[in-house]
Design a protein around this ligand. Sequence first.
Ligand code: RAM
Length: 344
Amino acid sequence: MKLRSSRLAMLVMAGAVASASVGAAFATGAGAAGLKTGQTIYFIPKDTINPYEVIADNGGKIALAKIGDKQVVSSGTTDTAAAQIPSIQAAIAAHAAAIVIAGNDPSALCPSLASAQKAGVKVVSFDSDVTCPNHLFINQANTQQIGTSEVDLLASEIGSSGQIAILSAAATATNQNSWIKYMKIELKKYPKMKLVSTVYGNDDPATSLTVLQGLLSAYPNLRGIISPTTVGISTAAQYLDTHKSLLKHLVLTGLGLPSQMKKYVLDGTVKEFELWNPSDLGYLAGYAAASLASGLITGKAGQTFTAGKLGSYKILPAAAGTGPSVVLGPPFVFNKSNVSKFNF
Ligand code: RAM
């Protein structure tokens, strides 16, 4: 699962690009490799506050600026489907060429997305999938691998034994729920590890802290927490950092932004965690949306498209509960030896 050094260099490089500011050069017409220019593409993240989502949206902005398309980022401030529906309606009203959405719910957005498709708007999901028909999912990494590898990481740190819990994002989040499904399957390999609770912090730091504290008081012997969300793991790491006695028996891992987790890894609060480059995820989704909206692909399995600096990607057949999808790459394990190299 660890990446080859070339892939690592790419992650570092892309992290550097993610923090650069991009001015969109704008024109209407046909651009490089048959991609249409001057199109408007709506990015609808889970919310507009979560730093992970902001980095992913910025990656999309970099891609669309390169293509000559315009990005509009629109969403709510809480991770609910209801908060995303006005943004879908806005995309329709603006005659957007495509929507790139991170679903806060697998099915609640489908009627609105169907209206968008009826109006000619192409639909791409990224980060968190929707179950609606006729869309392309841009997945950050293989769904099964994300879930199983987090369990394996925790198992290796706690001697494969003890009570464990999951601190997740929104209870309706498609991505976290599919990862958790695979965590539960992987746990069958570790009969001495017992999942005692899954709590939901809604990708809100305050809620994440409240549910974490509830978890710790309900299970004083907890050995491990997996938090498959950058908001959850950073909140929990901050708490453990100021309550160090808990570290005598408790291990935290999951999915985190290296920029947020660096401090806690370097001071020993967290040993290792995983992620990918969220900027690359948004960048890939931007190219996928532009390719769909330019008629270069229709979203069927087997088709390929070029995603700028990331190269060529093939659409994979429906699997593991998703329709046709594109996978960015394998998850990467961060620890003391590498966490300082990343700026996302
Ligand atoms: C949070 C969000 C996002 C997820 C990351 C790992 O920021 O829930 O959807 O992909 O964590």
